[in-house]
Design a binder for this molecule. Sequence first.
Ligand SMILES: C[S@@+](CC[C@H](N)C(=O)[O-])C[C@H]1O[C@@H](n2cnc3c(N)ncnc32)[C@H](O)[C@@H]1O
Length: 245
Amino acid sequence: MVERKERLEEEFELGEEDEAIHEYEALTDGYLHVTASLIADEIAHLAKTHEGVVVDLGCGPGSLVKELALRFPQLLVIGLDISFPMTKLARERTTVENVAFVTADVHHLPFQTRSVQMIVSHGAMHHWRELARALAEVKQVLADKGFVYLSDLKRDTPDELVREIAALLNKNQARAFLNSIKAAYTVEELAALAAAAGLGNLHVEPESFSRRAIARNIEKLRESPLRGMRQAAINLRMVGGAETL
Ligand SMILES: C[S@@+](CC[C@H](N)C(=O)[O-])C[C@H]1O[C@@H](n2cnc3c(N)ncnc32)[C@H](O)[C@@H]1O
């Protein structure tokens, strides 16, 4: 049985915002673009959304925004991030047409009630000061048949696996990764928070991908230094909505 560890609050873990953004961009180019592509294919497999707006909460350098925009050309994909330099960087990096970026806080989403058809996120929930409040905002702005896919690290990831991944990263990235794991949630905690926010219809589970999503990314996965890192042991997801299969 995995020993229960207390969740530690995590601020922007690398201290200086510029340094954090630089390291996160390097991490994205080195590893996370593969995860973004896999998640986008998984969402394309599950969601039956044909029109409207997608919002990526805590979009960082925008890799998931770009991958979703390519797979859903009929939708507007909005990347939302609290950091202005991060949204600026994401805008510069993303040349796809159907995207927009906004600097805002997930605790105060700048969208009308029930106006967003799809809400997604990757690797960001553990940063949010008050996840219960952010999930209440998600519930508020999500359209009636909206789809949700929120993916993040899992705090009860086995230590051995955490060490194995940290060893692939540079010193700053490794420190940020270790802090992020400590700040992350467990499936049980996230399920309770989802239920309290009125999102109890969503599945909270270890993240795994359909054969189709894996097949589409097999070359990228083979080339990635993180291949074989047992995604389900590292990540969890909150997924579902009226338009899932
Ligand atoms: C670890 S990065 C993940 C970036 C991106 N989703 C990815 O997977 O590459 C977390 C991002 O969440 C953003 N963030 C943290 N707190 C936030 C908040 N309260 N509202 C919006 N964004 C936030 C940070 O600025 C950062 O860009």
